[in-house]
Design a protein. Structure first.
Length: 213
């Protein structure tokens, strides 16, 4: 079913939208099935699991760190991570820069904006993000390639749409100035709304792999 699920989702996606298969808690066999039909972008939210999978699965997989990242764990993924989605503080940016320098890399990151009503969600406020983006990049080993946001967990599609559109407008404001190319919004339950609002990267788990273990 995994292969068919991916093919069905990809068939309906606009060409410029990247599908990140959220593979957290799923066994390697499930990822291999997705890989076999051409899926290369996989998202994990636990550093230990991400490292274990990266060691044993094909080397051309692009690994996305999509969960809340603790500063003391950055060193483990710095040698290979493709994109870090949830950068929610300057202290985390500084640590990613430090570990990227040690690995002689420039690591691509997304700045997470707090767009939801839930206080449990992480991220910069719009004002904080604007202040960060308006300064010269003090982190030469970090490349801010875009923004990420998670909408409020609600059945109210009007609210979700509004939150996504506000982030998309903010992205458009900074896109040219900062050479941003990624707007990561939308998960299994709301990615269609996100794409309509302007998302070009979606993070889909349960619609591909079934519900989490």
């Amino acid at each position: 079913m995994i292969a068919e699920n991916i093919q069905k989702i990809v068939a309906d996606l606009p060409e410029d939208v990247t599908l990140v298969a959220v593979s957290k808690t799923k066994p390697n066999a499930a990822l291999e099935e997705a890989y076999a039909v051409g899926q290369r972008d996989f998202g994990e939210n636990k550093v230990q699991e991400l490292c274990q999978k990266a060691e044993s699965l094909p080397v051309d997989i692009r690994w996305h760190m999509i969960g809340h990242l603790q500063r003391n764990k950055v060193k483990y993924i710095a040698p290979f991570v493709h994109l870090i989605h949830g950068v929610d503080s300057e202290r985390l940016l500084a640590e990613i820069n430090k570990q990227a320098q040690k690995n002689n890399r420039i690591i691509d990151v997304l700045i997470q904006i707090h767009i939801a009503e839930e206080s449990s969600k992480f991220g910069f406020s719009y004002q904080e993000a604007a202040e960060l983006l308006s300064q010269e990049n003090p982190y030469p080993h970090v490349r801010i390639v875009g923004l990420m946001g998670m909408a409020t967990f609600t059945q109210d599609e009007i609210q979700i749409k509004k939150e996504f559109e506000t982030l998309a407008n903010f992205y458009t404001t900074w896109k040219t100035t900062k050479s941003l190319s990624v707007l990561s919004m939308g998960m299994s339950n709301d990615f269609q709304i996100a794409i309509t609002a302007g998302s070009n990267m979606i993070r889909v788990g349960s619609l591909i792999f079934g519900h989490r273990n």
